[in-house]
Design a binder for this molecule. Structure first.
Ligand code: ARG
Length: 457
């Protein structure tokens, strides 16, 4: 097939080069954005009198028909037409001849591809924002049901202090809330219209860039044509935002995997979100959480791939940049696959309140509260710390817990201890006295949840 750019060439491209150079395998998915962008460009060319109005109208109409044909599987894309941009243009010219040849006036594939990728990713970003929001809602529901579900909180994966399941899952809510904010912020820089940048140096035609921007739903237009064609910051930024989402998913998954183990037994995944073993009949594996954790790697890989691809590029467009697509598409596809299934797994998971409570009772999670009790009775904190340290050592020796010591045994450690200690160091008191903003107390958590329920994004 003759190339659209074949004028100055005397030989056909080697078929190996055609295969190597072509991006149609992976950029065909941007066909709708390519066509919408071309329709807006053609309409603008007609309005500005750069091409005859009737030609613009025929181009817009025919592009619409091509879009419908693509959607009805009536179009075959060609490797040697290189990419989605030239495939669509070639089909257009094959249908309306010379009129179709006017479409590319005042435009380059360099600003065209920059436009298409922005439009494509904008849609994906919005979908992912919505998915992150839905995941936050699932978390909110679990939190509301578990305001008084006491569990051990950990540092160094050693039992530390009692918290509630609501408090624990709401920590993830915070992460996914920031993820939502990051995506909206990324959208601001992504949603800027590059057409008019031309190949690199703008164009001499009096294009109405604002008209095209408005028509295509952009918030503004790019201000430097070199940057307009070579900026892929928004692709890297989105890849980072997706990576950060996957970090959160992965950490959460790790906890759920641990919690599903026999040793913890804090939760049990629904049968519909677990898998069995081909050899061990007793097994029920948390594969969904494991795969979610595992898939984080490929998203981080995309981020690294994109940054590395960009780092040495001179201005302006370089063909290297065609490599942005597979990376970001894979990252987007992965996150879109993970978020809904992860949410479903969470919402169907059974919480074992009894096991969580038993877990919180062991490991001296109320030791800090015993020290705080002594502080309230007048002992300096450091001394109180030492007293409780000795009590813990004694309990380990006797294989018991602080709450189970008799008053007589307690008094051996400090004369300040009185009957009220039992109430003061009960797990419920420990949790509910942490009323400070950010703490696990039931009433505090309830307020936070109420506030987040009103939030829009
Ligand atoms: N397929 C190319 C890409 O994805 C489109 C732009 C090509 N421009 C060029 N002058 N070769 O980046």
């Amino acid at each position: 097939m003759a190339k659209l750019w074949g004028g100055r060439f005397s030989k056909a491209t080697d078929t190996l080069v055609d295969d190597f150079n072509s991006s149609i395998r992976f950029d065909a998915r941007m066909y709708a954005q390519d066509i919408l962008g071309s329709q807006a460009h053609a309409e603008m060319l007609g309005r500005q009198g750069i091409i005859p109005k009737a030609d613009a109208e025929l181009i817009v109409k025919t592009l619409g028909e091509i879009k419908a044909d693509i959607e009805n599987n009536k179009v075959e894309f060609l490797i040697d037409a290189e990419d989605i941009h030239m495939n669509v243009e070639t089909i257009l010219i094959s249908r309306i001849g010379d009129v179709g040849k006017r479409l590319h006036t005042g435009r380059s594939r360099n600003d065209q591809v920059a436009l298409d990728i922005r439009m494509y990713l904008r849609e994906e970003l919005d979908t992912i924002s919505q998915m992150v929001k839905e995941l936050r809602l699932v978390i909110l529901e679990i939190a509301k049901k578990n305001l008084s579900t006491i569990m051990p909180g950990y540092t160094h994966l050693q039992k530390a202090q009692p918290i509630t399941l609501a408090h624990h899952v709401m920590a993830y809510y915070e992460m996914f809330r920031r993820d939502g904010q990051r995506l909206s912020d990324c959208r601001k820089r992504l949603n800027v219209m590059p057409l008019g940048s031309g190949a690199l140096a703008g164009t001499t035609y009096p294009l109405d860039r604002e008209f095209v921007a408005e028509k295509l739903g952009f918030d503004g237009i790019t201000q430097n044509s070199l940057d307009g064609v070579s900026d892929r910051d928004f692709v890297c930024e989105l890849a980072f935002d997706l990576s950060q989402i996957m970090v959160h998913i992965s950490r959460f998954s790790e906890e759920l995997i641990l919690w599903s183990s026999h040793e913890f037994s804090f939760v049990e995944m629904d049968d519909a979100y677990s898998t069995g073993s081909s050899i061990m009949p007793q097994k029920k594996n948390p594969d969904v959480a494991e795969l979610a954790r595992g898939k984080s790697g490929r998203v981080f890989g995309s981020l690294m791939g994109l940054l590395t691809m960009m780092k040495g590029l001179p201005l302006a467009y370089n063909k290297d940049m065609q490599e942005d697509k597979e990376q970001i598409f894979d990252a987007v596809d992965t996150v879109k696959m993970v978020l809904p299934v992860f949410g479903k797994m969470l919402s169907t998971m059974r919480v074992r309140e009894d096991k969580m409570l038993t877990g919180a009772k062991g490991g001296f999670t109320n030791a800090t509260d015993v020290a705080d009790y002594l502080v309230k009775k007048g002992l300096p904190f450091r001394d109180a710390h030492a007293v409780v340290g000795r009590m813990v050592a004694y309990c380990i020796e006797k294989d018991t817990v602080i709450d189970a010591l008799s008053m007589e045994e307690m008094k051996e450690f400090s004369e300040l201890i009185a009957e009220d200690i039992y109430d003061e160091i009960s797990l419920t008191t420990c949790v509910n006295q942490r009323k400070i903003i950010g703490g696990p107390a039931m009433e505090t958590m309830r307020q936070v949840i109420e506030q987040y329920e009103k939030e829009e994004y």
